[in-house]
Ligand binder design. Sequence first.
Ligand code: ZN
Length: 237
Amino acid sequence: MKIGVLSDIHANLVALEAVLASLGSVDALWVCGDTVGYGPEPSDVLALLRERGAVIVAGNHDRAVATGEDLELFNEPAALAVLAHQRWLSAEERDALAALPRTLEASDVTLCHGSLRDPLWEYVTSERAAAASLALARTSHCCAGHTHVPALFPASGERIGHVRYGDPYPLGARAFFNPGSVGQPRDGDARAAYALVDLAGGTLTFHRSSYAIEKTQVAMRERSLPQILADRLAFGL
Ligand code: ZN
């Protein structure tokens, strides 16, 4: 079973389309939250994921757009984008976001946005934090987003932070992993990030896809989103 694992799409339709094209045919599509927030096309991204039958958990931006939850914790440009998305989305679209679960078990992997200790907000960047989530999981593996940086934390070993692309890693008996961000990478590489899991083979492969960043930036300016959110896409930061 081959699964495309995406996270932090952040309403960047051009990046999502590039990732889906390079992913090709998969048995399932998992999304670790923050489908909306920051970007120009929240409706189109939600519609495309629905059309693809994606399995999706809630991120902090999804909750803020759907219900206003924790909006006071956002910095100003992020909060302005949340408020814009609240205006752009229909009541039905906001209800669909509000209904997303915070954690979800799919095959032998638990999906969440941040961590299993704090599904919306914890940034897992250490072996210790990854181990704490795995201790709470009923599945062998745990997958999250939120940091916008691809990483693999094997339960028995050190964090693999600067991942290699296109060459599979063994998942081992237990692992915590993060596919990176489709729509707003923050590791200094502006290309869209995603991962492919092969559960039968027990492997995880990280990938990057180039996309027409300037198209997303133009759409963001046209929709009057904060300039800094468009600018940062060019730097992957
Ligand atoms: Zn995010």
